[in-house]
Design a protein around this ligand. Structure first.
Ligand code: URA
Length: 272
């Protein structure tokens, strides 16, 4: 073998080693894609003798990478690879990542158009949603459907999901550890859909996505951005059912979203 050949092999092996170390340092798992393929490490790396040290590897992927590694990282929190909603749901699996799993009937992942331009994010499933596995199907859900339709959309056109995917017992507020366990899946859902706008319903959705503990009464009605996506915080429909006087404020918030989509509020009949 010519000296230049063995130097090149040694360099390739060193590249692969450095890449494997880097993969390990990022916590990634990897597999050998083809066990029958000749393995670069099979040849003993000759000492470079008196040759000058090899130049540092180019920032591009090492040469042997394509044949050695075939599985991209899949953790939802890495944010690197965009996945389909089906893949994200599959990763959630029969989730036991937090204590809410013990009381749930169904995981309530999300519903609607995987290519929606508008995403609504609520807090967490209630009893009706837990029973059916679909978000916002109870009384608050019926109001949300009316709000969506008043905006000139249908439920099928938008996407609806929650911060936590399992029902908190007795409809209590979701707790920080539960939000933390579920949040990567919400983020992955939004990353997968890439909507033009997000409407958060109530304080938990706004505070979780915006990492902002400002009360919802002060946050609502003001455009924010989540990962570059315009986000409008508004009241939760369950709150609007308890405080119908606040509906006009929520409607003002939704009208701002409609404006962004070039939608006009429907003309109301006198007395309606
Ligand atoms: N409230 C929510 O926040 N989400 C639902 O799915 C139902 C009620």
């Amino acid at each position: 073998m010519a000296d230049s050949d063995s130097e090149e092999i040694a360099e390739a092996v060193a590249d692969v080693r450095r890449h494997v170390e880097w993969l390990r340092s990022t916590g990634q798992k990897f597999v050998l894609a083809d066990r029958s393929a000749p393995r670069a490490t099979a040849a003993p790396a000759p000492k470079p003798a008196a040759a000058p040290p090899p130049p540092p590897p180019a920032p591009a992927a090492p040469r042997a990478q394509a044949t050695l590694f075939s599985e991209p990282p899949k953790a939802p929190s890495t944010g690197g690879s965009r996945r389909t909603l089906e893949e994200i749901r599959a990763e959630l699996g029969d989730c036991k990542r937090c204590k809410l799993c013990s009381g749930r009937t169904n995981i309530v992942f999300g519903v609607g158009n995987p290519k929606a331009e508008l995403v609504f994010v609520g807090e967490g499933p209630g009893a009706d949603e837990d029973a059916q596995g679909i978000p916002f199907v109870g009384k608050a859900g019926q109001l949300l459907t009316k709000m969506i339709e008043a905006m000139g959309f249908t439920r099928d056109e938008v996407y609806i999901c929650n911060v936590v995917k399992c029902r908190p017992p007795g409809n209590r507020n979701p707790e920080p550890d539960e939000i933390e366990a579920c949040e990567p899946f919400l983020k992955a859902q939004i990353d997968s859909i890439r909507p033009k706008a997000i409407v958060t319903l109530g304080k938990f959705a706004a505070q979780t996505l915006l990492r902002d503990s400002t009360p919802i009464t002060r946050m609502r009605g003001n455009w924010r951005t989540y990962e570059g996506v315009p986000l409008m915080p508004t009241f939760h429909p369950a709150y609007l059912l308890r405080s119908p006087g606040e509906k006009k404020l929520a409607w003002a918030d939704l009208k701002q979203v409609m404006k962004m989509f070039g939608k006009e509020p429907a003309k109301r009949e006198e007395g309606e």
